[in-house]
Design a protein around this ligand. Sequence first.
Ligand code: FMN
Length: 304
Amino acid sequence: MSERLRTSLGPLTLANPFVNASGTYGYGVEYASFVDVARLGGVSVKGISLLPRPGNSPPRTCETSAGMLNSIGLANIGIDVFLAETLPQLRELGVTVIVNTFATSIEDFVELAARFDNETGIAALELNISCPNVHAGGMHFGVSGAAAAEVTGAVRAVTDLPLMVKLSPEAGDIGEVARGVESAGADMISMINTIRGMVIDVDRRRPMLGQKMGGMSGPAIKPLGVRMVYEVFQQVSIPIIGMGGIASLRDALEYLMAGATAVQVGTANYSEPGISLRLADELEAWCSERDLTVTDLVGCAQGD
Ligand SMILES: Cc1cc2nc3c(=O)[nH]c(=O)nc-3n(C[C@H](O)[C@H](O)[C@H](O)COP(=O)(O)O)c2cc1C
């Protein structure tokens, strides 16, 4: 991939703007035998907590007409196993690793960040303050500017890693949350996480998912994500990583033109695990035909 695709997000530079989104690509290592994971802009690993979590009771996913619902409940291997077994493999593979973290208290977010700060091979830390699928904590931090700023500031104080904070589309005023995390020292914003939805199993006359509600992702949420990136771009000066429903080059271009400096691809990985590399190649050809770089595209749809 050429220099055209290189994209700079403050302290983090990516070889291309395509990162695979947390929770939709395992820990990245699972795909190494059939996708050249080192060529990806990056992989945001499944959200890591201090202790391993089994997650919610099944069914935890179901398809919808334009995407899916999930209520995984942040099932993960926990930081000890991740550091001992997974991170060394990711280093070996040469993956640009974004460590997505999840906690239900500020103290636990801080402890996670302090432990990751001592490790090599981590390109950035992504704070998930926006998960709709856990009862305690989670999205609580992501729906108010003050709470989001508090957790961001506490984490900022213990790590020099590039810090990305992931925002929820469920915030009443996402711009306020974005400004809050910027003022507290975030280097970047990633957005959007899923938004709660429900599917009813009409035969059983009950909600389809074990937890009744789940986070909606996939093409159905793309216009919402693009609108929010467009709005947040006008309110902060830190870079934005846009996501929500990206499944084609045009989708990625929309996010870049709205104001994203990079993008994450989530649900589309389930139908095509190599999609991010295909889109990166398509973006390279598109830019080359027009003699443009990715940087030329960022926010170019803003203005009158
Ligand atoms: C099955 C599943 C699990 C997810 N797990 C996480 C997670 O652990 N941490 C997180 O920040 N986001 C998680 N997400 C949200 C995605 O990273 C992404 O924000 C969202 O799905 C929107 O992008 P998409 O429409 O391309 O999937 C998950 C999404 C799905 C579908």
